[in-house]
Design a binder for this molecule. Structure first.
Ligand SMILES: NC(=O)c1ccc[n+]([C@@H]2O[C@H](COP(=O)([O-])OP(=O)(O)OC[C@H]3O[C@@H](n4cnc5c(N)ncnc54)[C@H](OP(=O)(O)O)[C@@H]3O)[C@@H](O)[C@H]2O)c1
Length: 288
């Protein structure tokens, strides 16, 4: 794989949870460690990735940028401005403009371009919203590209994010609020459901270990079956496990009468509203 994108140099600024997950995915999917690098204040963090993956660590954020094809901004949103301002003189002086990829939640391409002192119409910039299952190679990422991102750069980004899961593009940057509410926050909703199933299994007489194992495997298995049956409606898959007069029918009847889907919908609206609020674009979720 990767035939067209082999040879691309990618530098990560930040070496924390998400950057490490992405780097592990890249190395295990065939990107050459020699072309991957990272920088972060704590040398122990970067050295751990050097030892584990054979990538390079830079002494500072600027050292390895000269020959880079892509720079991943993998720091927390609150220090992104300072990091961008550090990169601005480099971008102003280079005649080989790299693609910039941000993984920072809630920070717009407009702000990033402004901090990098670049024209937002000319800067090739991708804003992404990955999620924590990236740590086990099963992430789900939403991606948005500014108009200056070229087709080969989009394809590099697709390969980077598919190295640790699935990746989808959105046409409009504001749709990243919905991505945040769905896949960004979604792992926590699913944990809530797994916890509910595991606790209920214990109430019904199973040991905590057995109940948790069954709950985890059931959610993972149902998701995999759903993905393998994408030509079928989810409601059809559901009916297939619900024989008339059987046990599943009774369980699903309770979930439906308690309006589980409406509750999920309200949870996602609250997360979307908080995402808008954090971006300074809305009043936040209604408190109830
Ligand atoms: N974790 C998630 O589930 C998730 C999901 C979607 C998006 N994201 C986004 O991913 C980004 C990183 O999150 P994370 O969970 O990976 O955070 P994290 O584990 O705290 O990692 C942040 C990294 O940034 C480094 N850093 C701090 N200041 C720096 C500087 N001036 N120059 C270079 N590196 C610097 C830190 O190094 P030191 O430890 O040495 O300070 C650390 O390696 C955030 O913007 C977040 O919004 C995370």
């Amino acid at each position: 794989m990767m035939s067209t994108q082999q040879g691309k140099r990618i530098h990560f600024i930040g070496a924390g949870n998400m950057a490490s997950a992405m780097l592990r995915g890249l190395v295990s999917s065939g990107f050459s460690p020699a072309l991957l690098s990272c920088s972060a204040p704590a040398e122990t963090e970067t050295q751990r990735l050097v030892d584990e993956l054979g990538i390079r660590a830079a002494a500072d954020n600027l050292e390895l940028l000269t020959h880079c094809d892509a720079i991943v901004l993998g720091v927390k949103p609150q220090i992104l401005k300072a990091v961008c301002e550090e990169l601005a003189p480099f971008l102003a002086s280079t005649n080989r403009q790299p693609l910039v990829i941000s993984i920072a939640a809630g920070t717009t391409t407009q702000s990033i371009a402004e901090w990098l002192k670049q024209d937002p119409d000319l800067l090739p910039l991708v804003r992404s919203m990955p999620n924590t299952p990236a740590q086990v190679g099963m992430g789900a990422s939403g991606l948005f590209a500014t108009p200056a991102v070229k087709a080969d750069q989009k394809s590099l980004v697709q390969q980077i994010f598919e190295a640790f899961g699935i990746a989808v593009w959105v046409e409009d940057e504001s749709q990243l609020h919905a991505v945040t509410a769905l896949s960004g926050s979604g792992p926590a909703y699913v944990f809530e459901f797994i916890k509910g199933m595991a606790d209920a299994g214990v109430s019904l007489g199973l040991s905590p270990e057995v109940s948790r194992q069954l709950a985890e495997a059931t959610v993972a298995g149902a998701a995999k079956l759903c993905a393998a049956s994408s030509d079928e409606e989810i409601s059809t898959l559901q009916r297939k496990v619900m024989s008339p007069g059987g046990t599943t029918e009774q369980g699903v009847r309770v979930l439906q009468s308690e309006q589980l889907t409406a509750t999920v919908s309200r949870a996602m609206e609250a997360a979307r509203d908080q995402s808008l609020y954090l971006a300074g674009e809305g009043p936040g979720p209604a408190k109830n």
